[in-house]
Every structure is written in C-alpha cells, then in structure tokens.
Design a binder for this molecule. Structure first.
Ligand SMILES: [Fe+2]
Length: 361
C-alpha cells in the first residue's frame, strides 16, 4: 500500500530517507502552490545500507522468439498505429499494456525490437500497483536492480527518475558547466547481461519539454561502409559502472553492488530479428579492447559523433499523462532533454529487464 503524501512529507521534512541528505520533499506549508508529487509512493528512496550480491548469469530466451509475426493480439482491430520515423519509433493508441495476454506480451517484445521504440498512450499502467507493474516487466526478463539510483522502499526493481525545484540529481551527475546536457547512453550497459525490452512510465511531467531522444543503433551501423563494418566486427569494448558508483559514493549515496567493468562486442546481433547494431555508448563505454589509448579514443570519438549527429535516424519521444514507452536497449541509445524550467517537477519510473549476454555480430 502506498503511503499518503502527508505521511511522506511528515517523514521527510529533513531527508527523504536515511543515508542521503540531498533529496528533499518540502512540507506543503512552505510551498502552498505545490501539492507535491502526484505519486509519492514512487518518490526516490536511497538507503546507503542496502546491498545486493553480484549478479548471476541466467539463461535468457527472448519472448519475441515466441511471437506471432502478424501480432494479432497487440495490433488488433481498433488499434491506431502511427510510425514516427522510418527507422525508429511507433506510437500506438487503443491498446492497454496491462490487459495483454502472454501472447500479446510476446508480440510487444518482437514489435519493440522491430521498431526500437514504442510509445503507448492513455495507459492505466501507473495505477495498477507495484506488484503488477513488476510482474508485467518481468515477463521480458529478470529486472535489474540499480546499484546507485533512487528506488522504491521494498521495491528495488524500480529505477526512479525525479527532479523538482529542490532536487536536480541529473544535472549534478551530467555536470553543471556543460553547454548542453545531451547524454547519449544505453541503460546500464556495463551489466554482463544488459537490458533488452525496457519500460518507462511517466507520473509527473513539466507542461513543456522533458522529452527523451532516441537513436537507432541498427541504422547507425547500417550507414557505415562495408570496409569500416568489417573493421568493427570482432572488436570488443569495455563498459564501466565505476564512474556512476564513484559519483554516488562521493555524495554519500548508496553503492549497493560493487561496480563492474564488462567487455561487450562493438557490434551485436539481436537474438530475435538478427539485426546488427552498434553497441557502444558515450555514457558507459570507456575503451576498445586491445587498442592503444589514442587509437581507442579516436575510434570511440568517431562512433559517438556519428551516433549523436544522426538526426536522420533519431526520434523524440514526448510524454502525455498515461504514456508508457518501451525501447530495446540492445538496439538504441537515448538521452534525456532537461530543457524545462528547474522549478518544474518531472517524475518517472523505469523497469529494466535484463536480456542475453550480447551476441557478437
Ligand atoms: Fe536512460
């Protein structure tokens, strides 16, 4: 049962939880015009003493492999489909994620892999309760428990994204001195089994701005010459959780699991569609295995520039009340666009099912 807002406010006049002093929820009296978060149950929770064991390898069978390619459950009569760009992104209306059968969820996995990003409008997902939300997400794979970010007390499966006038963790993390705050990444790609089909639902949003931009790593790969593709295939790169953990530690936040560094193929293959995708990202990829420092920097700089400048294989996902978006973290990178006023609240939750050990192309 979610605590009421009043309870949360009373508990958190000073701090929202033990171990982290920078996330504050002011008493309403101090901000009479602000009623606080619409969903206080999901206010980010940080417990410095929370610890997780190292992750264990598991066998992943992607639900998309079982899907009927015609997708009769997901794309039934009456469902409105609008593709947002040729390479990435589709918006669907008149379909409820929470009502889909197993067959329907198999089709979601396949459809998200094909379209890279799917925007579902008018969902009841935010109101179906934590257990059911987790149950649906878990259909796509075991849910990653984030080592450093805000979660929900008793529900470490939730990765909470939160910003308001008093709390701006994102800006602190990306850096206050940057000319832009674009920060391309694929979520937690340092995991040995990084996420596949990923869910994100919005709870509070600014009146304007706060979109998420996405790029297709399949099309980014396809644009390269055959000779350049040949050079990339077989290469591996190191993805590191260390900077994230150090940042959390430096501000007295949790490090629930010791940070890992993992080698992944620079080009990976999707287990369902067979598509090849670049699998490097600015957020977590640190170096090319076997290259000297300058060689690695040179290659990664080219790839990061190529991906970030590819407006012709990118899309901008916008939010409305009730929006749920799903993306395939194996085939995309994304960035927040913190373009809204620092006084505005944005509150969202990610559920991050993990998938297979990346398959080298
Ligand atoms: Fe992300």
């Amino acid at each position: 049962m979610a605590p009421s807002l009043t309870e949360t406010v009373v508990q958190s006049t000073e701090t929202i939880s033990k171990g982290l002093v920078t996330l504050k929820l002011r008493p309403e009296a101090e901000k009479p015009s602000d009623k606080g978060p619409s969903y206080p149950f999901y206010f980010p929770y940080f417990d410095k003493d929370e610890k997780f064991p190292p992750t264990e390898i598991f066998e992943h069978t992607d639900p998309g492999l079982r899907a009927n390619p015609a997708k009769p459950h997901l794309l039934a009569d009456g469902v409105q489909r609008k593709d947002l760009s040729p390479y990435i992104g589709t918006e669907l209306k008149n379909v409820q994620l929470s009502q889909l059968s197993k067959e329907g969820l198999d089709e979601v996995a396949l459809f998200v892999a094909e379209r890279k990003l799917v925007v579902l409008r008018d969902q009841d997902f935010k109101d179906i309760g934590a257990d059911r939300q987790i149950e649906i997400a878990r259909y796509f794979g075991p849910i990653q428990r984030h080592p450093t970010s805000g979660n929900v007390k008793g529900y470490p499966e939730f990765h909470v994204v939160y910003r308001d006038a008093d709390n701006d963790r994102f800006r602190e993390y990306v850096g206050g001195d940057r000319a832009n705050l674009t920060s391309w990444h694929s979520d937690v790609s340092y995991e040995k089994q990084p996420p596949g089909t990923t869910l994100f639902f919005i709870l509070d949003q600014p009146p304007l701005g706060g979109d998420t931009i996405f790029a297709s790593q399949v099309e980014a790969y396809n644009r390269l010459s055959p000779e350049f593709k040949k050079r990339l295939e077989g290469l591996k790169a190191v993805h590191s959780a260390v900077p994230q953990a150090e940042h959390s530690r430096s501000r007295d936040g949790p490090v629930r699991r010791e940070p890992v560094e993992t080698e992944h193929p620079v080009v990976r293959e999707h287990p369902v569609t067979g598509e090849k995708a670049l699998y490097v990202n600015q957020g977590f990829t640190k170096r090319i295995v076997g290259f000297k420092t300058e060689e690695s920097e040179y290659l990664l700089k080219f790839l990061f520039d190529h991906i970030s400048k590819g407006a012709d294989f990118q899309i901008r996902a916008s939010y409305e009340p009730g929006t749920v978006i799903l993306w395939d973290n194996r085939l995309t990178v994304h960035s927040a666009t913190p373009d809204y006023s620092t006084k505005e609240r944005r509150h969202a939750v990610r559920l991050t099912p993990q998938a297979e050990i990346p398959i080298p192309a």
